[in-house]
Design a protein around this ligand. Structure first.
Ligand code: NAP
Length: 293
């Protein structure tokens, strides 16, 4: 694979940032990789792992001279990090990101960027419930989708450079409008997380003897929800606060559908349940056939 960037600066060297650093190193996609993380222990760990050439806590120091700055911090920190790197960005630099919500990123980052700096919002749709630099791995990306949401009038050659980076990491790149992205992700990712957090929360509030049995027999379904509900609290708090409208819209539909199922169970309407479960089984097959299982 050929070198795509001279200097890449990664802001936030957690699960996604460190996975990207590993992929860049493995494929030799940049001459130098720097990172900045507010957590000094994470920066030190990234350096010790050998996945970056420079690491520290100062975002401006890492961003100085970079031709690509990739924001990989929780969504709530985007504005602060964008403000910190802005004075250090060189003319023509590309600022991109991995955030799970796109309209909020544009809202929080674009106003800070000086003229001549390009913003290319992006979202590698790949992750796990783990966080921090030790949780990352380059194999996170191959076979997954990366969604770019370039702004109107964006420089095509610049967008293509970011797409090339994700393709070199093994991803398939798609483009979308930011609001469409936020609606799609609300139903495919954000709502499922909210449901998992709710179910595990409900089980936590059960009386003590029931709670112990929930853990004991968790393999009957609960276990899969606990994996999702074990995801990073900061990241997911920020996702819900920054994709409020799309999530509330999906939640409204979900609540209506749940009420319909509740009624079917109360009335003993087995065919309603059977028909739905047959349709959902087909969806599962489709996900498997698309190799996204
Ligand atoms: P993570 O593992 O927690 O990594 C985030 C890193 O940024 C941590 O080292 C964190 O330190 C650090 N940080 C927090 N605030 C900061 C600040 N103000 N300045 C600099 N560094 C800061 O999280 P992640 O899962 O990689 O998520 C990062 C981004 O990727 C989020 O925007 C998320 O929406 C997106 N994303 C996540 C997934 C996923 O499945 N996890 C998938 C796709 C996209 P502390 O740990 O000390 O806070």
């Amino acid at each position: 694979m050929s070198v795509l960037f001279d200097r890449v600066a990664i802001m936030g060297i957690g699960l996604i940032g460190s996975s990207l650093a590993r992929a860049i190193k493995a494929e030799r996609l940049a001459h130098r990789v720097a990172c900045a993380d507010a957590n000094a222990a994470h920066a030190d760990r990234a350096r010790a792992l050998g996945i970056v050439d420079e690491a520290g806590t100062d975002p401006a120091e890492a961003a100085a001279g970079a031709d690509l700055v990739m924001l990989c911090v929780p969504l709530g920190a985007y504005g602060e990090v964008a403000a910190a790197i802005a004075p250090a960005l060189k003319p023509g630099a590309i600022v991109s990101d991995v955030g799970s919500v796109k309209q909020a990123v544009i809202r929080d980052v674009a106003p800070h960027l000086p003229a001549g700096v390009h913003l290319v919002p992006g979202h590698p749709v790949a992750g796990t419930e783990k966080s921090g630099p030790d949780a990352g791995f380059a194999a996170l990306f191959p076979g997954r989708w990366c969604i770019l949401t370039p702004l109107p009038g964006a420089d095509e050659a610049v967008t293509r450079r970011v797409a090339d980076l994700w393709r070199a990491c093994g991803m398939t790149v798609e483009r979308m409008d930011p609001d469409h992205h936020d609606h799609v992700l609300a139903i495919t990712s954000h709502l499922p997380h909210l449901i998992a957090y709710t179910i595990v929360g409900t089980a936590t509030d059960l009386e003590e003897h029931l709670k112990q049995e929930v853990i004991k027999y968790s393999a009957s379904g609960f276990r899969d929800f606990t994996r999702i509900a074990g995801s990073d609290p900061t990241m997911w708090r920020d996702v819900f606060l920054n994709n409020r409208e799309a999530v509330l819209d999906c939640l409204q539909r979900f609540t209506e559908d749940l009420t319909a199922l509740q009624r079917a169970i109360r009335r003993g309407e087995g065919d309603i349940l059977f028909d739905l479960f047959t349709r959902t089984r087909e969806i599962r097959k489709g996900v498997q056939e698309a190799r996204q299982a």
